[in-house]
Design a protein around this ligand. Structure first.
Ligand SMILES: [Zn+2]
Length: 185
């Protein structure tokens, strides 16, 4: 059986197992641990207990649950490259609010974001070069972190489908120091 604890297993090349195999073995252990945690396994309610939806960049260094002290069942965490307010994020937030009762939105961007170092045209050109096709969708690259947060907050506040919103606040997480700074609007 593959050892799943050693970090080397996740980065070594030439393995017969994919990393997915290793991670799904961990998932089997997760279910076992839950069963042994006592009594009948029971799902938490689907409604987030905090009433909060977090929209964050997908950056692997941004551990949203650890950062905000959230546990299972506490909040919706929506992520994409850049933590950008796209139509699909509006769709998810609308479901979050109107079907599952959230009212507050926390927007999380971070320092050293990959979306700052690319441009829409540059990334589209790269895809054309690598895949033979140029996407027609917007990449949503940005060059000013704070400005991007402010623009995103404004989009969320003015969106007609997010009428249940009682609070939208935006923050920048510093991946070096672990500190969170609020962006004033
Ligand atoms: Zn990012």
């Amino acid at each position: 059986m593959t050892t799943v604890d050693a970090r080397d297993d996740l980065s070594s090349s030439g393995r017969s197992h994919s990393v997915t195999d290793i991670l799904t073995e961990r998932a089997a252990g997760f279910a076992t641990a839950r069963r042994s945690g006592g009594g009948q396994p029971q799902a938490r309610p689907a409604r987030p207990t905090t009433g909060v939806a977090v929209l964050a960049c997908m950056d692997a260094r941004l551990d949203v649950h650890a950062l905000l002290g959230l546990g299972e069942g506490d909040a919706h965490v929506l992520r994409n490259a850049g933590g950008v307010v796209t139509d699909d994020m509006i769709r998810s937030l609308a479901v979050s609010q109107h079907e599952l009762g959230t009212t507050e939105i926390i927007l999380l961007h971070h320092t050293q974001c990959g979306m700052i170092s690319i441009t829409d045209d540059g990334f589209r050109d790269k895809l054309l070069e690598r895949t033979g096709a140029r996407p027609d969708w917007p990449v949503h690259a940005f060059d000013d972190l704070e400005e991007s947060v402010r623009r995103s907050i404004a989009r969320l506040r003015s969106n007609p489908f997010l009428a249940a919103t009682t609070s939208v606040r935006g923050f920048i997480y510093d991946v070096a120091t672990g500190e969170l700074h609020e962006v004033t609007t």
